[in-house]
Structure formats: C-alpha cells, structure tokens
Design a protein around this ligand. Structure first.
Ligand SMILES: [Zn+2]
Length: 54
C-alpha cells in the first residue's frame, strides 16, 4: 500500500516497496505496482520522486 506522509501541511506519497517519495499519488501507485511486479525500480518512474528532509 502507498503510504501517505504529511509534511509541512503537504501530503506526500511513499512507495513502501522501494521507499521513494512522490508528491503525486498516482506516481507512487505506479512505482509500487512496478516494484511489486519487477522487484526493481523503473528509472522512468523514480525520476519523478522527490526528496523530503527529516
Ligand atoms: Zn517503488
């Protein structure tokens, strides 16, 4: 399941398989689906990932 992360009043979405975070839920879902099926990340998808600071 895509995990919702709240940070500075914004929502981010976390692929629980690979740990990448996305601003857009649909990318996180695509990522998780790809990761689950291929047991690897798609660089095309992860290029949309963002970094959030802790
Ligand atoms: Zn992923």
């Amino acid at each position: 399941m895509v995990k919702e992360v709240k940070k500075e009043n914004m929502n981010f979405y976390n692929c629980e398989v690979c740990g990448f975070t996305y601003k857009d839920r649909s990318w996180a879902e695509k990522c998780e689906q790809y990761c689950t099926e291929h047991h690897a990340c798609s660089s095309e998808i992860t290029s949309h990932a963002i970094e959030i600071q802790n």
